[in-house]
Design a protein around this ligand. Structure first.
Ligand code: PEP
Ligand code: MG
Length: 596
């Protein structure tokens, strides 16, 4: 019988005298800290208006909220300089000037005078700005609504935390080093970035998935994150603490001293894993198997701030830098200078090692809020990756100019996502040439990097032999290749059983790709999908003849140790046996037996 559609969220349960809620861990770790409650944008859509007679009290609340948002914006700007290169600190200055704008404060003040409480006045102001902005002809000005909403949401957060916990400064504990757990219905990246990141130890949300932008950020910053925790916003105040255990998928509300003692070691270990060593370990990116086959390891990074973690893992080369984040985090397209600044810092920070910069792979599950994305029935099959770049040549020329201008700072390679055939490749190479010509005409310093294609569509895999003369290297993006091979959405948990990375069809295809690339001496082949860092499948990838792997920095130490315990000849046998099977279950059984 299907489960009843009960709308009441489950109350926290009790175990060993501790209240707890369950959730889905999406970034590992264990943490403990005071709650900082963040409003979702539904708070701005609230239509039930609450009234009060205390106008003076509400006006004071507004002033306090403005002061604490100003403070948090300044914190955000400092953090951006220190840790988040992809974010433009000017965003915070722009928000600050909006916060001081009399038309914003007057509108909120007007609703307060009509007798509304501050949260209701903020919701009303949001609705009325929305109406005003929709009437504007100018697209750019219309898009500024997102910025106004963002500032209103910050004011809402400040007002809510102050009233729930009666604590000053956005409900934050005053002590500089008090650890914090962010509590949100759904966490928006801009909220995340304005939180005092040095003190944020964990995140608990009511909804969210592993590929959400906040999850990507949390993973990059190694902050444990638990989602699907029902009604947690209603169950805590800023006076409460949460103990978050992302191993067991639990969070305890105000854990007892005994429980914290039990967790002490796990808490220390989790923090220790996230700390960076003082001295950089030497480069250790080419481990060999017991029978002497050398393997090359590199890192996939989404944020520049992951670079120290990569270096700490003994790796310098970046096999995949996903450029999406600097675009996702903004409310408008970054200009050439901004893109160039971020990319230069990345390349300069790579200690002279190779950095593979992937051209923007936007769309699919990563739409940009400031681009009109008409509802697509099949976003993953729609306007994404190279298709977006080729249909926006003006944008793409600017993007490519920024990448080419970062080349003199180090060893850049340029990778194109979602190539599906020769037409795609020739058109994007044409745009690269146009970028080269315009940079020459402008007399700006630049370089022309080796060009590569991601292999993530079956059509490109089938046409590989004909495409290879057009590129210098190939990187297999198995996350998408598996999605398109089996026609199964990689983000839909309902059909997850059809998303089978270790299926013999996938492994046979990887072997075919390797054989094809080998016919072209000097062309490099790499694998950068999640499979590359999957210790169970890894021996089969080695057996398929792959030698260059780029993966999440956290996966590197285990894979490196594994390489040193493997015999290539045994991996080759394993691979042959898997190729003789027909189902993922049989392949999994062979992989399991092998790892035993
Ligand atoms: C892939 O598809 O395997 C890949 C590395 O790209 P992304 O996960 O960013 O789509
Ligand atoms: Mg991909």
């Amino acid at each position: 019988m299907p489960p009843a559609l009960d709308q009441t969220p489950p109350a926290p349960r009790c175990g060993n005298g501790n209240l707890f809620q369950t959730g889905t861990p999406i970034v590992p770790g264990v943490c403990h800290g005071r709650c900082l409650i963040l409003a979702g944008d539904e708070a701005l859509r609230e239509t039930r208006l609450v009234r009060t007679d205390d106008l003076a009290g509400e006006e004071r609340r507004l002033q306090e909220a403005v002061a604490c948002v100003r403070e948090s914006l300044r914190t955000g700007a400092r953090q951006v300089q220190e840790v988040l290169t992809e974010v433009d600190e000017n965003i915070f200055a722009m928000y600050e000037s909006l916060l001081e704008d009399p038309s914003l404060l007057d509108r909120i003040g007007k609703y307060l005078k009509e007798g509304l409480t501050l949260p209701s006045a903020l919701a009303q102001a949001s609705a009325s700005f929305q109406e005003d902005f929709q009437r504007l002809q100018d697209q750019y000005l219309r898009e500024r609504l997102l910025d106004v909403q963002d500032v209103l949401l910050r004011l809402m957060d400040a007002a809510r935390n102050a009233s729930r916990g009666s604590l000053p400064q956005q409900g934050l504990p005053q002590e500089e080093d008090t650890p914090i757990v962010l509590v949100a219905r759904e966490l928006f990246p801009s909220q995340f970035l304005s939180a005092p990141l040095q003190r944020v130890r964990g995140i608990v949300c009511e909804t969210g998935g592993p590929t959400s932008h906040s999850a990507i950020l949390a993973r990059a910053l190694r902050i444990p994150m638990l989602v699907d925790v029902p009604a947690i916003q209603e169950q805590v105040t800023t006076q409460d603490t949460l103990l978050v255990d992302c191993r067991a998928g639990l969070c305890y509300i105000n854990p007892s001293r005994e429980l914290l003692e039990q967790y002490q070691l796990a808490l220390q270990t989790s923090r220790g894993e996230n700390a960076q060593p003082d001295a950089l370990p030497p480069v250790d990116d080419a481990p060999a198997t017991l029978d002497g086959a050398t393997v090359h390891l590199r890192g996939n990074i989404t944020l520049f701030s992951e670079m120290p973690a990569l270096h700490a893992a003994g790796i310098r080369e970046v096999g995949l830098y996903r450029t999406e984040f600097m675009f996702l985090i903004r409310n408008a397209m970054p200009d050439e200078e901004t893109q160039c600044r971020v990319l230069r810092r990345l390349v300069e920070g790579s200690c002279g090692a190779d950095v593979v910069i992937r051209a923007l792979d936007i769309g699919g599950d990563k739409p940009l809020s400031y681009i009109q994305w008409d509802d697509e029935l099949n976003p993953s099959l729609g306007w994404r990756g190279l298709r977006f770049l080729l249909t926006n040549p003006d944008f793409t020329r600017v993007h490519l100019r920024a990448i080419l201008r970062s080349c003199p700072s180090g060893r850049v390679k340029l990778l194109f996502p979602m190539v599906s055939d020769m037409g795609d490749l020739l058109r994007i190479k044409g745009l690269v040439q146009e970028a080269v010509d315009s940079l020459k005409a402008d007399g700006l310093p630049f370089g022309v990097p080796p060009l590569g294609m991601m292999l993530e569509t079956p059509s490109a895999a089938l046409a590989l032999e004909r495409l290879l003369p057009q590129v210098d290297f190939v990187s297999i993006g198995t996350n998408d290749l598996v999605q398109y091979l089996f026609a199964v959405d990689r983000g839909n948990s309902r059909v997850a059983q059809w998303y089978q990375q270790c299926h013999p069809i996938v492994l046979r295809l990887l072997g075919d790709i390797r054989r094809t690339v080998e016919k072209f001496p000097g062309k490099d082949l790499e694998i950068c999908g999640e499979m590359a860092g999957n210790a169970t499948i890894f021996p089969a990838l080695l057996g398929a003849g792959l030698r260059n792997f780029s993966m999440n920095p956290a996966a590197i130490p285990a894979i490196r140790d594994q390489v040193r315990e493997l015999n290539l000849s045994e991996c080759q046998k394993l691979y042959q046996n898997i190729c003789g099977t027909d189902t993922a279950e049989e392949a999994q059984r062979l992989l399991k037996e092998f790892s035993r």
